[in-house]
Design a protein around this ligand. Structure first.
Ligand code: AMP
Ligand code: MG
Length: 393
């Protein structure tokens, strides 16, 4: 049996960022760019007014007491215009500033008498309310460096330059093999002795939250040949295969055996932790195989502690789980030699271990926003002591 830290290291050592893929801009939200992106155009593409008002040549104010208004330019006007000496043009926010004008006065600071404009703005300067062409970004200059996360503003920034596609790390293709003859798919009546499959839902939801949308799920009977066939097939198609259940030492636990028979090299089986002790990990041709315990809270804890960082690394990202230290609101005792993960609620100051920590229960997990980590060597924490907290995404 290995420690939590060893298990994490082994997984990360066997994980590398995946290849790049070209995606339409909106499909790339949350992904990481694999190359520098340069602006194809000046932004703004033309000198632009930042106010509703009047555009004119600042210098004319020294010779004219009023300016003549005879032309109007709205946002979106595509015609070009040149102003004459002593002229001001009615202009609106976002409209192209005509040639010859270098300043815009906001309409609230003016008075128009027939076609004569009087300006009453003491703070007005040469270039006021004038957005230069390329002021935001110039053509061919760096918009987003390689390794940038495509957040909503980053997507909008690229859209404003007319960028339609981006190269990002692709997401892993994933398959969940759900084992357990007691499991009933959603939508069917529960027979006596059966339970609903929740792990595939928990995991798909967790993958979606991590930005992985395409996940295949197969339900497999507790039977070695069937499981070996399913795993062999999955290994020919997917980057990551996650099995749930069947990884302990019961008579119907075939995961490690099926992995062996499918040619998977075992990296470890069993971690000194609670919950999730039986977790298995193996690799075949750079494809990772995770055997998660069937107990719902164990499976999800293993996801957060081991799979999430690995999946993120594959997509060029860092884990979305933030680590901090906070005072615990209750004392806790445990044996030496095993790490405990406690479902917890962090209120911004303190962290509270929740009731119902048993690994078959999701109730407390559903109300948790954090896991408390009580390290292998620790046997007791007292109320108010700082503990390690993993803030869940
Ligand atoms: P196992 O790891 O296969 O021994 O399963 C341990 C416990 O988890 C058993 O009580 C199973 O019924 C339960 N379990 C296994 N797989 C699932 C699943 N997909 N959804 C909900 N519970 C499960
Ligand atoms: Mg089982």
């Amino acid at each position: 049996m290995i420690s939590v830290d060893q298990a994490k290291q082994i997984i990360l050592d066997h994980t590398t960022p995946l290849s790049a893929i070209c995606k339409p801009l909106l499909s790339a939200v949350g992904h990481i760019t694999t190359m520098d992106i340069f602006s194809p155009i000046d932004l703004p593409p033309f000198p632009q007014s930042s106010m509703d008002g009047y555009a004119f040549a600042f210098n004319d104010l020294s010779t004219c007491s009023s300016l003549e208004v005879k032309h109007k330019i709205a946002a979106g006007d595509t015609s070009t215009y040149r102003i004459q000496e002593g002229e001001a043009v009615r202009i609106f926010t976002g409209a192209p500033i005509p040639t010859g004008a270098d300043t815009v006065v906001m309409q609230e600071k003016t008075e128009l008498k027939s076609d004569q404009l009087f300006i009453m703005d003491n703070s007005l300067q040469l270039g006021s309310n004038y957005r230069h062409q390329g002021a935001e970004i110039q053509a061919h200059s760096l918009a987003l460096p390689k390794g940038s996360r495509l957040t909503p503003p980053a997507i909008g920034f690229l859209a404003s330059m007319g960028v339609e596609e981006v190269e990002v790390y692709r997401s892993p293709t994933m398959c969940i093999l759900v084992t357990g003859d007691e499991l009933t798919p959603q939508g069917q009546n529960l027979e006596y002795g059966k339970v609903y499959d929740s792990n595939s839902y928990t995991l798909i939801a967790a993958f979606k939250q991590a930005g992985i949308e395409e996940v295949t799920v197969s339900h497999i009977h507790d039977q070695l040949e069937q499981l070996t066939l399913a795993l062999t097939d999955a290994l020919s198609q997917y980057d990551v295969i996650v099995l749930t259940g069947g990884v302990s030492v019961g008579d119907y636990d075939y995961v490690t055996q099926a992995a062996l028979e499918s040619g998977v090299e075992p990296l470890y089986h069993k971690i000194k932790q609670k919950p999730g002790k039986p977790m298995y990990c193996g690799v075949k041709d750079h494809r990772l195989v995770f055997g998660l315990p069937g107990n719902p809270a164990s499976a999800l804890t293993c996801f957060y502690e081991y799979l999430e960082p690995a999946l993120m690394k594959m997509m060029g990202q860092v884990s979305a789980i933030k680590i901090l230290h906070a005072p615990i609101t209750a004392a806790y005792k445990k044996p030496v030699g095993i790490t405990h993960f406690l479902k917890a609620y962090y209120d911004g100051h303190h962290v509270k271990p929740l009731d119902a920590q048993e690994s078959f229960r999701l109730n407390s997990f559903a109300h948790a926003n954090a896991l408390i980590v009580i390290g292998e060597e620790v046997t007791e924490v007292i109320e108010g002591m700082d503990v390690e907290v993993h803030i869940l995404p």
